[in-house]
Design a protein around this ligand. Structure first.
Ligand SMILES: [Fe+2]
Ligand SMILES: [Fe+2]
Length: 426
């Protein structure tokens, strides 16, 4: 099967787009910061002239394929334009690029057409899941419209690349294809972990957790790997993989558990291993807000990492576990209190204290009954539930014009349990 059908399809798409009215840019309304940052990165990723891909396609010597590639590149450029217009309409800027895109482009450029397409396919599959999450997860009609338009195109990109790649790997022995599949999986899992972490706040806003995003993308990719490397059918147009389409396969997995379960267990371990290796657990698993009834301490607004921590000038540069927090103020307000609880190592606590300019109090160790103990039990709201039962604690204080606070830590073996209270006032 040649690429004539793709040329016809992409041409028809271009005609449909030219007749379709533009999204209602004038109806744009402000979007949450985390979502804006996420869209800015995807906009930068979509943006590019595709010259490298076109040049390699010229070298491949198939005029029809080249024509289809040019039309495909035009679709991607249209995605960048739509996202740019969306950002500008909401009063936001576009960004020059993001390190993840620069790495991605550098890798693609260094490869031949076939390996470039395999790298590109990883981005296409991630995009397929991402734009669906955006389309289904936002109540903003303009953003829904833009994401839906992009998604329709992305759904044809995966089978388009599948066809070319399937031809590229045809005739190779099964062990070679299995090795290629393994490498491709590593690439996909690394890329999707980077996206799931980097866009975690936006994904949360859109109602999808990081692990679910990784799992869904892996499910889509599984279908792609099978179509490209292990599908016997010739002359059949590759299908767009869907998460839903995988469900029957999941059922048959129950009937033949051993091989498939082993494979999924390995994939799962690689995902978790990569994610944990790349990101400190506190960031990966996400902090947990204290659950409160309504009231003074019931307010927790803003994204934890992007808004709340910077507001109180706190940074968590290293591994902490069991992170819980509450901020008793709108983060843009003139007064507020941040309650932070976690366990960590002495080395990590030292880094956090240094970053926050907190110094040992005088004396540096106190019993909770001492008059100078900074976190008096009576002043801690019941909803936070901090109790100080150990005989003595390491105590620290931070002085400042705007942010002041105290840290109390108690050792339990090699770990420290840390209570940090930051006060913001100006
Ligand atoms: Fe795209
Ligand atoms: Fe695409």
């Amino acid at each position: 099967m040649g690429f004539e059908t793709w040329v016809r399809e992409f041409t028809a798409n271009a005609e449909r787009r030219s007749e379709e009215p533009e999204p209602q840019w004038s109806a744009a309304s402000p979007l949450p910061g985390a979502l804006i940052r996420s869209l800015q990165r995807f906009q930068a990723g979509e943006d590019g002239d595709g010259a490298n891909l076109i040049r390699k396609s010229v070298d491949a010597g198939d005029a029809t394929y080249l024509a289809a590639v040019r039309l495909f590149v035009a679709e991607e450029q249209n995605h960048a334009r739509l996202l740019k217009q969306l950002l500008l309409s909401t009063g936001e800027a576009v960004i020059e690029g993001h390190w993840t895109d620069r790495v991605f482009v550098a890798v693609r450029r260094a490869l031949g057409l076939r390996l470039e397409l395999m790298t590109l396919m990883v981005a296409e599959v991630v995009a397929l899941r991402y734009y669906r999450v955006v389309r289904d997860g936002t109540a903003d009609p303009l953003l829904t419209d833009v994401a839906a338009r992009i998604l329709v195109d992305e759904q044809t990109h995966v089978p388009f690349h599948t066809q070319r790649l399937r031809e590229g790997w045809e005739g190779r022995s099964r062990p070679v294809r299995a090795a290629v599949a393994a490498g491709w999986w590593v690439l996909l899992l690394g890329a999707v972990a980077v996206v799931a972490y980097g866009h975690g706040a936006a994904l949360r806003l859109l109602g999808v957790g990081r692990l679910r995003f990784i799992g869904d993308t892996a499910t889509l990719f599984r279908g792609v790997v099978r179509e490209v490397l292990f599908a016997p059918a010739e002359g059949v147009r590759p299908a767009t993989p869907t998460v839903e389409a995988e469900r029957p396969a999941a059922l048959s997995m129950l009937r033949r558990p051993s091989r498939r379960l082993r494979r999924w267990a390995v994939i799962g371990l690689v995902v978790v291993g990569l994610a944990v290796a790349l990101y400190p657990p506190a960031h990966f698993w996400g902090p947990r807000p204290y659950r409160h009834p309504d009231g003074l301490f019931g307010v927790t607004r803003g994204d934890f990492e992007d808004d709340i921590l910077p507001h109180y000038q706190v940074s968590l540069p290293c591994d902490v576990d069991g992170l819980r927090y509450s901020n008793a103020e709108d983060v843009t307000g003139p007064m507020g209190e941040l309650y932070l609880y976690f366990t960590t190592s002495q080395g990590c606590l030292d880094r956090i204290l240094e970053g926050w300019a907190a110094v040992p109090a005088e004396p540096p160790t106190m019993a909770p009954t001492d008059a100078g103990f900074p976190l008096r039990a009576a002043t801690i709201p019941d909803t936070i539930g901090w109790r100080f039962d150990a005989p003595s604690y390491q105590v620290y204080r931070r002085e400042g014009d705007v942010v002041t606070g105290n840290v109390v830590a108690v050792r339990d073996g090699k770990r420290l349990t840390v209570y940090l209270l930051a006060r913001y006032a100006w």
